[in-house]
Design a protein around this ligand. Sequence first.
Ligand code: AKG
Ligand code: FE2
Length: 269
Amino acid sequence: MMSDPIPRLNANTSYEYFYNQFLVQNKVCIFEGLTHSWRSCKEWQTSDGKPNLDLLSRLFGEALVCVSDCNAKYFNSNPNQEMTFNEYIDYWKRVQRLDHNYSSNDLKILYLKDWHFVSQFPDYNAYERPVYFESDWVNEAFIGHQLNDDFRFVYMGPKHSSTPLHVDVFGSFSWSANICGTKKWLIIPPGNEPQIKALNGNQMPHNFHSITDSSTHLRAMNGFEVIQKSGEIIFIPSGYIHEVVNTEDTISINHNWFNATNIHFIFWL
Ligand SMILES: O=C(O)CCC(=O)C(=O)O
Ligand SMILES: [Fe+2]
């Protein structure tokens, strides 16, 4: 793996420093130690750091969720299906019993993505948005207004669940906090789309790793891989091209947002 060049920040970092060095300069970083007090960190994992599937299903089992099939392709994404959260937890337990051995059976890799958890459970208070990410014009404009949408999500899935190569919605920033588990991110700075397409018959690949000699090409584009551990929050700036694999059973919370520092990146469909 390539060396990890990502600055690690923590609760001692001033907002001004983060603002000037990372928001304004549109650079990736990781925060450690901001999630200890979150209710989700205390309740959603067992003492050995695994998702607490029984408790989650008791709390949220009736909710309808949207699940992606990670091995199937649907345009540049994965096909989705709706199910109850209980059905998803039953699937996840089957995967765990088979020790994530997908190849010897018909089990798909299903990933619960883009769950508008806060909208569905407004009183649960699963987490507090860190101060670094508070200046958020998207969610201020959307939440409780006529647009009735938000960009605050929970993701959860077994080991090997993944998100294909993409740039975030409208060119927004994102932050993503691991409640439990580990993610491997592959990240490429903005502006490299033409080079990436040139390596893949003039189309964006579903997955950068599938390209021949991908590590050499990644280096040539100043791209890198980074492991995000439990309790860490990664900041993905505007326009960065990225793909993600959960290397353990993982639960994460993420927001997309923009403010004065990246408004010039934003495009509206
Ligand atoms: O965790 C994932 O699978 C994808 C998250 C992501 O793409 C993001 O936070 O921008
Ligand atoms: Fe993303």
